[in-house]
Design a protein around this ligand. Structure first.
Ligand code: DX5
Ligand code: ZN
Length: 233
């Protein structure tokens, strides 16, 4: 059965000085989830927020809250994010396995691996589930799907930009990953990066059921109309 299309508001493009107001605006517009981009300045070339903000957002909404961890050693922080109130914890496959030579230094991006270290990734996904949270694995545009891990995931997040910033351009070359997931995976399939009126239909057609959006949603004059049109895809 086809899952309903969900809109997940990435607060990266919200006004952090008026976060409670923007959360309410999103809720009134009909978004179904919130997405919090947690960046450490090492896994990605940007620094954002941590569990403190997840906790603050948790106090303001009953909607599902996802913590997208773009950080090194995510396993060390799973408990903190769970305690802060995230409903789903999303960990990057590129944190598990040997890094390619092109990104051995802390300040070389995007992070890439030669092969996913399945036991290590599985252990952290189990940790997430053990805390009663939904476990998502995230794949960067240049990382191939690792199908062996799918049975350990509640959802998969396909990055359609190199992680680090909102407002980047959608990379259509990731669409075949969505198509493959649609054929073999029954959990949630989320897409993150460059979602807008032109790219969202492509993502949904290829198999995504959760559309994560920051700049398109918050940049819209009418959040309600944007949310409605995305949900109707
Ligand atoms: C990028 C983040 C995304 C980002 C999306 O590293 O993971 O969630 O906020 O921003 P837009 O929708 O503007 O591409
Ligand atoms: Zn994200």
């Amino acid at each position: 059965m086809k899952k309903p299309i969900e809109v997940s508001a990435s607060i990266l493009a919200a006004d952090f000085g008026n976060l409670a107001r923007d959360i309410k605006r999103c809720e009134d517009a009909g978004v179904t989830r919130f997405h919090i981009d947690c960046m450490d300045g090492h896994f990605v070339p940007n620094l954002t927020v941590g569990p403190v903000i997840v906790e603050a957002v948790r106090k303001r909404t009953q909607l599902l809250l996802s913590a997208h961890l773009m950080i090194e050693h995510p396993g060390e922080y799973i408990e903190s994010y769970a305690k802060a109130g995230a409903d789903s914890i999303q960990i990057q496959a590129e944190c598990y396995g040997e890094r390619l030579r092109t990104c051995h230094q802390w300040n070389q991006w995007p992070k890439q691996i030669s092969q996913v270290d399945i036991p290590a990734l599985r252990a952290d996904l189990k940790k997430i589930r053990g805390l009663g949270k939904k476990a998502f694995v995230v794949f960067n545009p240049c990382t191939a799907l690792c199908e062996e891990i799918l049975k350990d995931c509640d959802g998969v997040l396909i990055m359609s930009v190199n992680p680090g910033f909102s407002g980047q351009q959608f990379m259509p070359e990731v669409l075949p990953k969505l198509e493959r997931l649609k054929a073999i995976f029954s959990g949630d399939i989320a897409i993150d990066g460059g979602i807008n009126a032109q790219t969202a239909p492509l993502a949904v057609k290829a198999g995504a059921n959760i559309l994560i959006t920051a700049s398109y949603l918050f940049g819209a004059g009418n959040l309600f109309e944007v949310t409605k049109s995305l949900k109707s895809l």
